[in-house]
Design a protein around this ligand. Structure first.
Ligand code: ZN
Length: 210
């Protein structure tokens, strides 16, 4: 997270009640108040009353703020020491997103969102019509089907938990020759359901265990 540091130079004063112009060998102190925003987390929770693939924001997040008064000891334009005189934190408040029924391979609990990706999704079914080789098992030995999606492991590591808008919770459980870059292949129970989904743009929330 790139932190935007707003730096206010409050005061620069000599070490002791001394001459205004510090001599070349004399130490001076410079104090700065550094104000930095603290980003908030996005927490995902399950709600069985919502259909799979649906999500609802139940609480807005708000960023926190960190205030630090830093004192630098200078001599001849050079920083000799830096110390934090005091520190205050206003903690961020996480946003809460409630998502629909978890699919079978995803364990319950709370998740934190790591990032959001706009991806191009296609659909498959676990039968031989949609795959080559062993159609029922994925690259990491999972049972192919609903909740199991193929990804490019360079983009999303295998076994990562995802929430895909319009689809639901899923595990990155497979790879595929055509699945490169911002592509994802979603598992469905039947070939008809996969055809119905077709190909479309989806928002993918990459989750981590909270
Ligand atoms: Zn199929």
């Amino acid at each position: 997270m790139g932190s935007l540091a707003l730096v206010f130079c409050l005061a620069a004063w000599p070490a002791a009640p001394a001459p205004f112009a510090a001599g070349p060998g004399q130490e001076t102190y410079v104090s700065e108040l550094i104000v930095e925003p603290i980003p908030y987390d996005v927490v995902f929770r399950f709600d069985r009353s919502l259909p799979s693939g649906r999500m609802k924001k139940t609480k807005d997040g708000s960023p926190g703020t960190s205030y630090r008064m830093v004192q630098r000891t200078m001599r001849g334009g050079e920083v000799l020491r830096t110390r934090v005189l005091w520190e205050r934190r206003i903690e961020p408040v996480p946003a809460v997103i409630v998502v629909g029924r978890p699919t079978r391979p995803v364990s319950r609990g709370s998740y934190t969102r790591m990032r959001v990706l706009e991806m191009e999704a296609t659909a498959y079914c676990p039968n031989s019509c949609c795959g080559s080789g062993n159609p029922k098992r994925t690259a990491i030995g999972m049972r192919a089907g609903p909740g199991v999606v193929a990804v490019d492991p360079q983009v999303i590591p295998l076994r990562t938990v995802l929430f895909i808008e319009g689809y639901g919770l899923a595990v990155a459980g497979d790879t595929g020759g055509a699945i490169k870059g911002l592509r994802v292949d979603l598992g469905f129970a039947t070939h008809a359901a996969a055809l119905k989904f077709g190909r479309r743009k989806v928002r993918v929330h990459v989750l981590g265990k909270a």
